[in-house]
Design a protein around this ligand. Structure first.
Ligand SMILES: Cc1ncc(C[n+]2csc(CCOP(=O)(O)OP(=O)(O)O)c2C)c(N)n1
Length: 197
């Protein structure tokens, strides 16, 4: 079992591209505020992607609601460590509802990068995989390296969830910024999910 301190430090954009390349069935992907959704936007502008603007910690709650509303569709949440730390309670709710079609990916760079790289608690002592397991998400793991990340994500898409995959990442800034139009983002996502004509 890989632990936080011996997981390889990887790159968020490279991993996001690998993740998107595995999507084949119109899976929904919810990008959390800032870098998580910027790199998702840069990887592929799928209509099933949703880009959270403004508030931290909402990728998992939005993904949970989507997974419950559309149980046949796999739903992926991409969230930074700082944002997940702000909303840790959502992990316990995910475990309690236990949607089989939900995968959470945490990008852990140990900092609030986009607001000036202030350190988060994961830089000191918090281990988000241990937290997720404690909340009741048994299928929670650190990705040891890029290949392990791909393997864990493929297994999550195939096997019953919920799953949480944590990746240690470097401090490279995101490669692009998402369009800042919440109405467009919402409308495209709803069309992508087939709930708006
Ligand atoms: C509720 C809330 N508090 C504070 C902010 C300001 N803020 C925006 S992004 C961010 C840091 C996000 O950190 P993390 O999720 O770890 O992503 P990173 O920037 O490291 O990629 C902060 C503090 C906010 N947008 N919403």
């Amino acid at each position: 079992m890989t632990r936080a301190h011996n997981a390889k430090v990887m790159n968020r954009f490279a991993l996001t591209q690998r993740l998107v390349a595995q999507l084949k069935h119109d899976e929904a992907v919810i990008g959390g505020i800032g870098n998580a959704n910027f790199d998702l936007w840069a990887s592929d502008k799928r209509p099933q992607n949703f880009y959270m603007l403004g508030s931290m910690g909402l990728a998992v709650p939005i993904a949970l609601g989507t997974a419950i509303a559309q149980p046949k569709r796999h739903v992926v949440a991409l969230e930074g460590d700082g944002s997940l730390l702000m909303h840790l309670g959502c992990l316990a709710t995910v475990a309690m509802r236990a949607p089989k079609n939900l995968t959470i990916v945490v990008w852990d760079n140990g900092m609030y990068q986009i607001t000036g790289a202030q350190p988060t608690a994961t830089a000191a002592s918090a281990d988000l995989v241990a937290v997720a397991r404690g909340a009741g998400i048994a299928n929670s793991a650190w990705a040891a390296d890029e290949d392990d990340f791909e393997r864990l994500f493929a297994a999550a898409l195939k096997d019953g969830g919920p799953h949480l995959i944590a990746a240690r990442i470097d401090d490279e800034p995101a490669v692009a910024t998402t369009e800042r139009d919440p109405v467009q983002i919402r409308e495209r996502f709803m069309r992508g999910l087939g709930v708006r004509g």
